[in-house]
Each structure stands twice: as C-alpha cells, then as structure tokens.
Design a protein around this ligand. Structure first.
Ligand code: NCD
Length: 314
C-alpha cells in the first residue's frame, strides 16, 4: 500500500490486516511510555486546508508515538494567503524531505492530485464529500472490538443517521461496513440522501424511530451546514424531531447497542441527550482508537521496522 486515498481499493482482508496492526498499536498506547522507535527518521507532514480538531491532532499524535518527526502546515498562517498554489506548497514541503503527507481539503480529489506532485505517500484525512478512510477504519475497529467479533461485522445492524449526502464519513463507512458483512441502513431526509443512490447492499429508512429499537450500532452524523448550498432542511427543529437522538429514543436502544458519532457533535441538533449518560456511547473510544488506527496506517504505509514496535522508549 503506497497511499491511502479511499477505502474503495481495500478488500476485507486488507481492512482486517490494518485492524490487526491497530490492536498492536493499542497495546503500545496502553503502556506507561506510549512510544516506540518504529518510524524514527521519517517525517510526516499534516497539510490541512480545512478546520479540524481531532483528525489533525490524532494523526500528529500517531506519528509522534511511532517516533516520526512531524511538520504541521496551517493554511491560515501560510503563504497560501500570499497566493501560493497547492502544487507549489506541496513541492516546497517535499523539498524539505517529507515521507508522508496527511491531507485534508474541502474539494474531493485533492489528496489524489497531491500524489502527482510528490514521491511521498499521501493519506487522505478527508476530502470534500468524497472519502475519510481512516475514520471508517477507526469506526470498524471500535465496533468489532466492542463486540469481540474479530474482524467481522457479519450480521451486525448499523444505522447511520443524518446528512448522508454531504458526509465523506458516511461514504467511507458504508463501504467498509458492508465489506465486513454488516447490514447498513441509512436514515436521512430525502434531500440529504446521495443524489447517485446508495451503494449496493445499503438500505434506507425514514426516521430514527424505524431503527432505534433494533440496531446494534446507532451512528449519528453531524448536520453539515457549511457544505449545504441551499436550504435542504427547512427547520432544524423539524430535523431534530425526526432524526435527533433524545433520551426517550436512547431508552429504546437494545441494551448492547453502541452509540457513535465522528465528531464534532451538534448538541441540540442531532444529539439531544448527553451522550456521557449513555452506557453504549463509544464516542470517546472512537477518538482513542483513532490514534491506534492512524499509527497502524502510518506504520503500514511507511514500512516501519517491526522490531521497532517491540522496543520500549524511543
Ligand atoms: C468529520 C469530518 O470532518 O469529515 N469529522 C471528523 O473527521 N471526525 C465529520 C464532520 O465534519 O461532521
């Protein structure tokens, strides 16, 4: 694997391989000194052209725990504001010696374009409405490890609620979950379903009440108001009434069901209950697992030395 641009090229075996490596990384993260020398001497640059809290910090933490050097590019303080092009920015950073770029951009396809301008590996950290592969991997890791199901989601009923149309998370998750054997149902207003239809094997339902009593995983998405060019949802109150998770609905979840959200959450819109009161919430576990999964991706792509994983402090 040279790059990670989309989940589409990953089959179930490749996904399982990455999740197995992530188990190893989780174990490293549980040590008193959660750091190994596996990627010593390598440089990972995060190049984010869009706001991010968890994904950027998660990748940077992952790189540091493997002892890579990190470079952080922040568009608001960069020469992009002086008119420097994306291509010149990438070529400039490459000339300093970068082994992997972690790229986020509001336009779909930018991480793929970046591969043309550098010999370094490129990891997609979210491009437009298109893909967010590491989110799907960390979500699959969180679900399979919560249920003790090995690397399979076979027969697990996953309901993804919200703005499917604008969500790269939903696109990557539908792809990965179906490949691992899950039964995926999306629940969204018809205006927020993907215009090209749903992937094979994915069902749809009309409201959260149709799925809440029978799902194994309730996966809530953020209402992505910054990606909407017209009023696709007439009233947020109306949206919350049909698609929001409130205490009454949470009480109808099966006892074993997981509640997940990729963050950032809109409390009072899709999340009407404090998730910290829900025993099935895995929202912070997703964040914790995100570091391990991104360590697994960086390690696999950069071909880190396996011996570097078993040693202690770097
Ligand atoms: C998501 C994103 O940016 O795609 N957040 C994340 O990476 N955890 C989801 C969102 O913006 O709603």
């Amino acid at each position: 694997m040279k790059h990670l641009l989309t989940t589409v090229g990953l089959d179930a075996a490749a996904i399982a391989g990455l999740l197995d490596v992530a188990d190893h990384m989780s174990e490293i993260n549980s040590r008193q000194v959660p750091k190994v020398p596996a990627l010593r001497g390598r440089t990972v640059a995060s190049v984010f052209f869009e706001d991010s809290t968890r994904t950027r910090l998660s990748f940077e933490t992952a790189a540091k725990r493997l002892s890579a050097d990190t470079m952080t590019f922040s568009v608001s303080t960069s020469s992009v504001n002086k008119g420097e092009s994306l291509r010149d920015t990438i070529e400039t950073l490459s000339a300093m010696g970068v082994d992997a770029f972690v790229v986020r951009h509001k336009s779909s396809g930018v991480p793929a374009a970046v591969t043309q301008w550098t010999d370094a590996a490129v990891i997609n950290a979210g491009d437009g409405w298109h893909q967010h592969p590491t989110q799907a991997l960390l979500d699959a890791f969180t679900i399979t490890r919560s249920f003790g199901d090995g690397n399979s989601m076979s027969g697990r009923r996953v309901a993804i609620i919200g703005d499917i149309k604008h969500s790269r998370v939903a696109r990557s998750n539908m792809d990965v979950f179906v490949k691992l054997g899950a039964e995926v149902t999306v629940v969204a207003p018809s205006t927020l379903l993907p215009p090209g239809g749903l992937p094979a094997g994915v069902l749809s339902a009309h409201g959260i009440d149709d799925v809440v009593g029978s799902c194994d995983v309730l996966y809530m998405l953020r209402m992505q108001r910054e990606r909407m060019d017209s009023a696709l949802v007439p009233e947020l109150g109306e949206y919350s009434a049909r698609f929001g998770l409130d205490a009454a609905r949470a009480a109808r979840l099966p006892a074993h069901a997981l509640v997940m959200h990729p963050g950032p959450m809109n409390r009072g819109v899709e999340m009407l209950v404090d998730p910290s009161t829900l025993p099935g919430s895995r929202i912070l576990a997703q964040v914790t697992n995100g570091v391990a999964v991104r360590m697994a991706v960086l390690f696999t792509i950069l071909g880190g030395a396996a011996t570097g994983l078993s040693q202690g402090d770097a």
